[in-house]
Design a protein around this ligand. Sequence first.
Ligand SMILES: O=c1ccn([C@@H]2O[C@H](COP(=O)(O)OP(=O)(O)O[C@H]3O[C@H](CO)[C@@H](O)[C@H](O)[C@H]3O)[C@@H](O)[C@H]2O)c(=O)[nH]1
Length: 327
Amino acid sequence: MSWLVTGGAGYIGAHVVDAFREAGLGCVVLDDLSSGVAGFVPEDVPMVRADLLDGAAVERALREHEVTGVVHLAGFKYAGVSVQRPLHTYTQNVTAMVSLLGAMDAAGVDRCVFSSSAAVYGTPPDDVVTEATPTRPESPYGESKLAGEWLLRDVARASGLRATSLRYFNVVGSGRPELYDASPHNLFPLVLSALAEGRTPVIRGTDYPTPDGTCVRDYVHVADLARSHVAAARRLEAGDAVEPVYNLGSGDGASVREIMSAVARVTGVDFTPEEADRRPGDPPRIVARGDLAARDLDWAMRHDLDDMVAGAWAAQQRAQQRVQREG
Ligand SMILES: O=c1ccn([C@@H]2O[C@H](COP(=O)(O)OP(=O)(O)O[C@H]3O[C@H](CO)[C@@H](O)[C@H](O)[C@H]3O)[C@@H](O)[C@H]2O)c(=O)[nH]1
Protein backbone atom coordinates (compact mmCIF):
# COMPACT_ATOMS: atom_id res chain seq x y z
CA MET A 1 0.00 0.00 0.00
CA SER A 2 1.30 3.42 -0.88
CA TRP A 3 0.16 6.93 -0.01
CA LEU A 4 0.59 9.79 -2.44
CA VAL A 5 1.67 13.00 -0.67
CA THR A 6 0.83 16.01 -2.84
CA GLY A 7 3.10 18.92 -1.93
CA GLY A 8 5.49 16.38 -0.41
CA ALA A 9 8.51 18.51 -1.40
CA GLY A 10 7.25 21.41 0.71
CA TYR A 11 8.09 22.25 4.30
CA ILE A 12 5.10 20.51 5.91
CA GLY A 13 4.83 17.82 3.22
CA ALA A 14 8.42 16.71 3.71
CA HIS A 15 7.75 16.25 7.42
CA VAL A 16 4.66 14.18 6.56
CA VAL A 17 6.81 12.00 4.27
CA ASP A 18 9.34 11.53 7.12
CA ALA A 19 6.54 10.50 9.49
CA PHE A 20 5.15 7.98 6.98
CA ARG A 21 8.60 6.44 6.48
CA GLU A 22 9.20 6.24 10.24
CA ALA A 23 5.85 4.48 10.61
CA GLY A 24 6.75 2.02 7.85
CA LEU A 25 4.02 3.26 5.49
CA GLY A 26 4.99 3.50 1.82
CA CYS A 27 4.68 6.87 0.15
CA VAL A 28 5.21 8.67 -3.13
CA VAL A 29 5.56 12.43 -3.56
CA LEU A 30 3.75 14.45 -6.19
CA ASP A 31 4.90 18.07 -6.43
CA ASP A 32 5.22 20.66 -9.21
CA LEU A 33 8.23 22.18 -7.40
CA SER A 34 6.74 25.68 -7.75
CA SER A 35 7.65 26.28 -4.12
CA GLY A 36 8.80 22.83 -2.98
CA VAL A 37 12.44 21.75 -2.80
CA ALA A 38 13.38 18.52 -4.60
CA GLY A 39 16.17 17.97 -2.04
CA PHE A 40 13.58 17.72 0.77
CA VAL A 41 12.39 14.38 -0.66
CA PRO A 42 14.42 11.43 0.65
CA GLU A 43 16.25 9.54 -2.11
CA ASP A 44 14.35 6.31 -1.55
CA VAL A 45 10.94 8.00 -1.94
CA PRO A 46 9.66 8.16 -5.55
CA MET A 47 8.95 11.70 -6.67
CA VAL A 48 6.57 12.58 -9.50
CA ARG A 49 6.93 16.11 -10.82
CA ALA A 50 3.48 17.06 -12.02
CA ASP A 51 0.86 19.77 -11.80
CA LEU A 52 -2.38 18.70 -10.10
CA LEU A 53 -4.30 20.49 -12.84
CA ASP A 54 -2.96 17.82 -15.21
CA GLY A 55 -5.47 15.15 -14.20
CA ALA A 56 -4.12 12.55 -16.66
CA ALA A 57 -0.61 12.82 -15.14
CA VAL A 58 -2.01 12.49 -11.63
CA GLU A 59 -4.11 9.47 -12.60
CA ARG A 60 -1.03 7.87 -14.19
CA ALA A 61 0.97 8.43 -11.00
CA LEU A 62 -1.80 6.92 -8.87
CA ARG A 63 -1.93 3.80 -11.06
CA GLU A 64 1.82 3.38 -11.58
CA HIS A 65 2.57 3.56 -7.88
CA GLU A 66 -0.47 1.51 -6.85
CA VAL A 67 -1.60 4.28 -4.55
CA THR A 68 -4.30 3.47 -2.01
CA GLY A 69 -4.71 6.89 -0.40
CA VAL A 70 -3.76 10.53 -0.82
CA VAL A 71 -2.50 13.09 1.68
CA HIS A 72 -3.30 16.35 -0.07
CA LEU A 73 -1.10 19.25 1.02
CA ALA A 74 -0.24 20.96 -2.27
CA GLY A 75 -1.69 24.43 -2.56
CA PHE A 76 -1.20 28.17 -2.29
CA LYS A 77 -0.87 28.99 1.41
CA TYR A 78 -0.44 32.73 1.83
CA ALA A 79 -3.63 34.13 3.32
CA GLY A 80 -2.54 37.78 2.99
CA VAL A 81 -1.41 37.44 -0.63
CA SER A 82 -4.56 35.51 -1.53
CA VAL A 83 -6.56 38.73 -1.12
CA GLN A 84 -4.64 40.22 -4.08
CA ARG A 85 -4.56 36.93 -6.02
CA PRO A 86 -8.00 35.33 -5.61
CA LEU A 87 -8.07 33.62 -9.01
CA HIS A 88 -4.64 32.09 -8.50
CA THR A 89 -5.65 30.95 -5.00
CA TYR A 90 -8.89 29.32 -6.16
CA THR A 91 -7.16 27.69 -9.13
CA GLN A 92 -4.40 26.21 -6.99
CA ASN A 93 -6.60 25.21 -4.07
CA VAL A 94 -10.02 24.43 -5.52
CA THR A 95 -9.69 23.69 -9.26
CA ALA A 96 -6.58 21.60 -8.57
CA MET A 97 -8.43 19.67 -5.89
CA VAL A 98 -11.33 18.96 -8.26
CA SER A 99 -8.74 17.64 -10.72
CA LEU A 100 -7.09 15.50 -8.03
CA LEU A 101 -10.42 14.05 -6.84
CA GLY A 102 -11.34 13.25 -10.46
CA ALA A 103 -8.05 11.41 -10.96
CA MET A 104 -8.56 9.54 -7.67
CA ASP A 105 -12.05 8.53 -8.73
CA ALA A 106 -10.78 7.31 -12.12
CA ALA A 107 -7.98 5.32 -10.48
CA GLY A 108 -10.22 3.90 -7.74
CA VAL A 109 -8.40 5.64 -4.86
CA ASP A 110 -10.92 6.27 -2.11
CA ARG A 111 -9.05 7.66 0.92
CA CYS A 112 -7.91 11.22 1.47
CA VAL A 113 -6.36 13.24 4.28
CA PHE A 114 -6.66 16.94 3.48
CA SER A 115 -4.55 19.82 4.73
CA SER A 116 -7.03 22.49 5.83
CA SER A 117 -6.39 25.55 7.94
CA ALA A 118 -7.33 27.62 10.97
CA ALA A 119 -8.01 30.31 8.36
CA VAL A 120 -11.48 28.77 7.85
CA TYR A 121 -12.52 30.35 11.18
CA GLY A 122 -11.56 33.95 10.34
CA THR A 123 -11.86 35.95 13.55
CA PRO A 124 -13.50 33.43 15.84
CA PRO A 125 -16.07 34.50 18.42
CA ASP A 126 -14.78 31.92 20.90
CA ASP A 127 -11.73 32.38 23.07
CA VAL A 128 -10.71 28.82 22.28
CA VAL A 129 -11.95 27.39 18.99
CA THR A 130 -13.46 23.91 18.69
CA GLU A 131 -14.60 22.07 15.57
CA ALA A 132 -18.11 23.35 16.38
CA THR A 133 -17.05 27.00 16.11
CA PRO A 134 -18.72 28.55 13.04
CA THR A 135 -16.50 28.93 9.96
CA ARG A 136 -16.22 32.50 8.66
CA PRO A 137 -13.11 32.73 6.52
CA GLU A 138 -11.81 36.24 5.85
CA SER A 139 -9.56 35.61 2.87
CA PRO A 140 -9.73 33.76 -0.46
CA TYR A 141 -7.20 31.39 1.09
CA GLY A 142 -9.52 30.53 3.99
CA GLU A 143 -12.49 30.30 1.62
CA SER A 144 -10.59 27.96 -0.67
CA LYS A 145 -9.66 25.64 2.21
CA LEU A 146 -13.29 25.53 3.33
CA ALA A 147 -14.32 24.79 -0.26
CA GLY A 148 -11.82 21.90 -0.19
CA GLU A 149 -13.58 20.50 2.90
CA TRP A 150 -16.94 20.81 1.12
CA LEU A 151 -15.58 19.02 -1.94
CA LEU A 152 -14.54 16.08 0.21
CA ARG A 153 -17.92 15.99 1.95
CA ASP A 154 -19.84 16.03 -1.32
CA VAL A 155 -17.62 13.49 -3.11
CA ALA A 156 -17.82 11.25 -0.04
CA ARG A 157 -21.63 11.38 -0.23
CA ALA A 158 -21.64 10.64 -3.94
CA SER A 159 -18.96 7.99 -4.26
CA GLY A 160 -18.03 6.60 -0.86
CA LEU A 161 -14.70 8.45 -0.63
CA ARG A 162 -13.40 8.25 2.96
CA ALA A 163 -11.75 11.49 3.96
CA THR A 164 -10.85 13.81 6.78
CA SER A 165 -9.63 17.39 6.93
CA LEU A 166 -6.97 18.56 9.37
CA ARG A 167 -7.21 22.23 10.25
CA TYR A 168 -3.67 23.33 10.99
CA PHE A 169 -2.96 26.17 13.36
CA ASN A 170 0.43 27.94 13.18
CA VAL A 171 2.88 25.31 12.04
CA VAL A 172 6.52 25.99 12.97
CA GLY A 173 9.75 24.24 13.95
CA SER A 174 11.67 21.57 12.13
CA GLY A 175 12.07 17.82 12.56
CA ARG A 176 15.52 17.77 10.94
CA PRO A 177 17.75 20.72 10.10
CA GLU A 178 17.58 20.09 6.32
CA LEU A 179 13.88 21.01 6.35
CA TYR A 180 13.27 24.74 6.60
CA ASP A 181 10.23 26.93 6.09
CA ALA A 182 11.09 29.28 3.26
CA SER A 183 7.87 31.28 3.55
CA PRO A 184 8.49 34.97 2.92
CA HIS A 185 5.30 35.89 4.79
CA ASN A 186 5.21 34.14 8.17
CA LEU A 187 6.50 35.18 11.57
CA PHE A 188 9.06 32.44 12.31
CA PRO A 189 10.96 32.49 9.01
CA LEU A 190 10.83 36.31 8.89
CA VAL A 191 12.19 36.72 12.42
CA LEU A 192 14.88 34.07 12.05
CA SER A 193 16.06 35.21 8.62
CA ALA A 194 16.22 38.81 9.92
CA LEU A 195 18.45 37.69 12.81
CA ALA A 196 20.62 35.53 10.55
CA GLU A 197 21.15 38.51 8.24
CA GLY A 198 21.75 41.04 11.02
CA ARG A 199 18.42 42.83 10.61
CA THR A 200 15.91 43.61 13.35
CA PRO A 201 12.68 41.56 13.51
CA VAL A 202 9.43 43.52 13.37
CA ILE A 203 6.26 43.20 15.45
CA ARG A 204 3.27 43.98 13.24
CA GLY A 205 0.77 45.64 15.55
CA THR A 206 1.08 46.40 19.26
CA ASP A 207 -2.41 47.76 19.93
CA TYR A 208 -4.50 44.58 19.74
CA PRO A 209 -6.96 43.80 22.56
CA THR A 210 -4.64 41.12 23.99
CA PRO A 211 -2.68 41.09 27.28
CA ASP A 212 0.52 42.54 25.74
CA GLY A 213 -1.07 44.24 22.70
CA THR A 214 0.32 41.77 20.14
CA CYS A 215 -1.50 38.98 18.28
CA VAL A 216 -1.90 35.60 19.94
CA ARG A 217 -1.56 32.40 17.90
CA ASP A 218 -1.51 28.67 18.56
CA TYR A 219 1.94 27.46 17.48
CA VAL A 220 2.34 23.73 16.84
CA HIS A 221 5.43 21.73 15.95
CA VAL A 222 5.52 20.44 12.39
CA ALA A 223 6.75 16.97 13.44
CA ASP A 224 3.84 16.59 15.90
CA LEU A 225 1.46 17.64 13.16
CA ALA A 226 3.00 15.16 10.70
CA ARG A 227 2.40 12.23 13.08
CA SER A 228 -1.33 12.91 13.06
CA HIS A 229 -1.39 12.47 9.28
CA VAL A 230 -0.04 8.96 9.78
CA ALA A 231 -2.71 8.25 12.39
CA ALA A 232 -5.42 9.59 10.06
CA ALA A 233 -4.13 7.45 7.18
CA ARG A 234 -4.11 4.38 9.42
CA ARG A 235 -7.68 4.97 10.56
CA LEU A 236 -8.82 5.35 6.96
CA GLU A 237 -6.96 2.17 5.98
CA ALA A 238 -8.48 0.25 8.89
CA GLY A 239 -11.99 1.49 8.10
CA ASP A 240 -12.22 3.21 11.52
CA ALA A 241 -14.55 6.15 11.92
CA VAL A 242 -13.08 9.59 11.43
CA GLU A 243 -14.50 13.04 12.05
CA PRO A 244 -14.92 15.21 8.94
CA VAL A 245 -12.61 17.83 10.47
CA TYR A 246 -10.04 18.00 13.26
CA ASN A 247 -8.32 21.05 14.73
CA LEU A 248 -4.61 20.53 15.20
CA GLY A 249 -4.15 23.13 17.92
CA SER A 250 -2.56 23.01 21.36
CA GLY A 251 -5.18 24.91 23.36
CA ASP A 252 -2.46 27.40 24.28
CA GLY A 253 -1.63 30.74 22.76
CA ALA A 254 1.60 32.69 22.49
CA SER A 255 1.78 36.38 21.61
CA VAL A 256 4.18 37.84 19.06
CA ARG A 257 6.12 39.44 21.94
CA GLU A 258 6.37 36.05 23.66
CA ILE A 259 7.71 34.54 20.44
CA MET A 260 10.31 37.30 20.21
CA SER A 261 11.42 36.59 23.82
CA ALA A 262 11.62 32.85 23.13
CA VAL A 263 13.68 33.53 20.01
CA ALA A 264 16.13 35.75 21.94
CA ARG A 265 16.39 33.17 24.73
CA VAL A 266 16.91 30.14 22.50
CA THR A 267 19.17 31.68 19.84
CA GLY A 268 21.19 33.74 22.34
CA VAL A 269 20.85 36.77 20.04
CA ASP A 270 20.02 39.83 22.09
CA PHE A 271 17.66 42.14 20.18
CA THR A 272 14.84 44.59 20.68
CA PRO A 273 12.17 44.13 17.99
CA GLU A 274 10.97 47.08 15.94
CA GLU A 275 7.30 47.93 16.28
CA ALA A 276 5.22 48.63 13.18
CA ASP A 277 1.56 49.06 12.21
CA ARG A 278 -0.84 46.15 12.11
CA ARG A 279 -0.72 43.82 9.15
CA PRO A 280 -4.18 44.00 7.50
CA GLY A 281 -6.49 41.07 8.11
CA ASP A 282 -4.84 39.64 11.25
CA PRO A 283 -7.29 38.44 13.92
CA PRO A 284 -6.14 39.40 17.44
CA ARG A 285 -6.30 35.88 18.78
CA ILE A 286 -6.83 32.40 17.45
CA VAL A 287 -6.27 29.38 19.64
CA ALA A 288 -7.85 25.92 19.35
CA ARG A 289 -8.45 22.82 21.38
CA GLY A 290 -7.14 19.61 19.85
CA ASP A 291 -9.23 17.20 21.94
CA LEU A 292 -10.80 15.32 19.03
CA ALA A 293 -7.42 14.88 17.36
CA ALA A 294 -5.91 13.75 20.66
CA ARG A 295 -8.68 11.12 20.92
CA ASP A 296 -8.41 9.81 17.34
CA LEU A 297 -5.16 10.95 15.75
CA ASP A 298 -2.34 10.49 18.28
CA TRP A 299 -2.26 14.29 18.57
CA ALA A 300 -0.07 15.57 21.41
CA MET A 301 2.35 18.42 21.98
CA ARG A 302 5.60 16.52 22.07
CA HIS A 303 7.59 19.73 21.58
CA ASP A 304 7.41 22.98 23.53
CA LEU A 305 7.92 26.50 22.22
CA ASP A 306 11.67 26.43 22.85
CA ASP A 307 11.95 23.21 20.77
CA MET A 308 10.00 24.90 18.01
CA VAL A 309 12.34 27.89 17.98
CA ALA A 310 15.49 25.74 18.30
CA GLY A 311 14.51 23.46 15.41
CA ALA A 312 13.51 26.36 13.17
CA TRP A 313 16.73 28.23 14.02
CA ALA A 314 18.94 25.21 13.24
CA ALA A 315 17.18 24.76 9.89
CA GLN A 316 17.39 28.48 9.13
CA GLN A 317 21.12 28.55 9.84
CA ARG A 318 21.79 25.53 7.68
CA ALA A 319 19.81 27.06 4.78
CA GLN A 320 21.73 30.32 5.22
CA GLN A 321 25.09 28.50 5.14
CA ARG A 322 24.09 26.74 1.94
CA VAL A 323 23.13 30.03 0.28
CA GLN A 324 26.49 31.53 1.31
CA ARG A 325 28.40 28.48 0.02
CA GLU A 326 26.59 28.56 -3.29
CA GLY A 327 27.24 32.30 -3.56
O1 LIG B 1 7.30 39.94 10.60
C1 LIG B 1 6.23 39.62 11.14
C2 LIG B 1 5.36 38.63 10.62
C3 LIG B 1 4.20 38.33 11.29
N1 LIG B 1 3.90 38.98 12.44
C4 LIG B 1 2.68 38.62 13.19
O2 LIG B 1 2.84 37.29 13.62
C5 LIG B 1 1.57 36.67 13.74
C6 LIG B 1 1.62 35.34 13.04
O3 LIG B 1 1.75 35.58 11.64
P1 LIG B 1 2.01 34.42 10.57
O4 LIG B 1 3.19 33.62 10.96
O5 LIG B 1 2.04 35.07 9.22
O6 LIG B 1 0.76 33.48 10.74
P2 LIG B 1 -0.81 33.75 10.51
O7 LIG B 1 -1.11 35.01 9.85
O8 LIG B 1 -1.44 33.51 11.83
O9 LIG B 1 -1.18 32.66 9.41
C7 LIG B 1 -0.60 31.40 9.36
O10 LIG B 1 -1.38 30.54 10.07
C8 LIG B 1 -2.66 30.27 9.48
C9 LIG B 1 -3.42 29.43 10.44
O11 LIG B 1 -3.85 30.26 11.49
C10 LIG B 1 -2.43 29.58 8.16
O12 LIG B 1 -3.64 29.20 7.61
C11 LIG B 1 -1.69 30.52 7.26
O13 LIG B 1 -1.42 29.85 6.04
C12 LIG B 1 -0.41 30.92 7.90
O14 LIG B 1 0.17 31.95 7.12
C13 LIG B 1 0.56 37.66 13.14
O15 LIG B 1 -0.05 38.33 14.19
C14 LIG B 1 1.41 38.63 12.36
O16 LIG B 1 0.92 39.93 12.30
C15 LIG B 1 4.73 39.94 12.97
O17 LIG B 1 4.46 40.53 14.02
N2 LIG B 1 5.89 40.23 12.30
